[in-house]
Design a protein around this ligand. Sequence first.
Ligand code: DGY
Length: 318
Amino acid sequence: MPDRVLVTREIPEAGLRVLDAFDVTVLHERPPGRDELLEAVGGASGVLSTATETMDGEVMDAAGEALRVIANMAVGYDNVDVVAATERGVVVTNTPGVLDETTADVAFMLLLATARRLGEGERLLRAGGWEWWGPKQLMGPDVWGKKLGIVGFGRIGQSVARRAKGFGMDVLYHNRSRREEAERELAASYLDLDELLETADFVSIHTPLTDDTHHLIGETELRRMKPEAVLVNTSRGPVVDEAALAEALADGQIFAAGLDVYEDEPEVHPGLLELENVVLAPHIGSASVETRDRMAVLAAENLAAVLCGEDPKTPVDA
Ligand code: DGY
């Protein structure tokens, strides 16, 4: 009997093809409800999950003794209780390295769109409100030549830095530990977080969500930023205190923000929805055709490897 595998969402075909040898159940396009997940997971040896499913001890116990691997189709794995998995002998994997450039594109897209007020301009035009070209209309700060502060200087943060170099920007970064090789390669300067927030014209967040990074950017940090500064977040919503951000944007404490992720997806803080100076994207950082194929294939290969008694390519450290 082939091992039972649960795929919690519809994923690209390329990933499903890797799982041909298993008895695969694919749920549907929308995220499963909690009860549905608990029921569907019963008897699975492997689960291919996405960031929308909370994979905790209860889900693992509902899967039962057979469960050997949770392959998360995301680089972030804050939705998986890795400690609970380790206690149960379940391997957890993620999909690092295949989405860096694609996510960096979206961070840069938000940075440009936010600074140059693209969302606001498009809303004006579509509503029939664009009456003339104006010498003072929709002005925003230049991006080229400015200081970009990158918080979290891993693979994605460094890919953003490479883009910034093409725009003649000065790259500043903050990271838990210094990345001296990347610093040299990208001529980036290390600053502590407070200094970075006080100095940067643009701040782009690329840290994973952990207990230490929850609300890393809150009221105090937003107050440190320049009034003309722009904040971009493509990492995880809870890294930024959304209520504090909505207030800072409404009060003009900072110029604008570009967000791809939210504290309680798919909910967005109502204060943000009312503001013109925020560009809101629906968590599309990795949503290119090629990258979603790569993520699905890597997650499926990791899952298949564990079920075949081999080492997965990208396990998560417990
Ligand atoms: C990731 O890979 O972490 C993306 O945010 C999709 O969940």
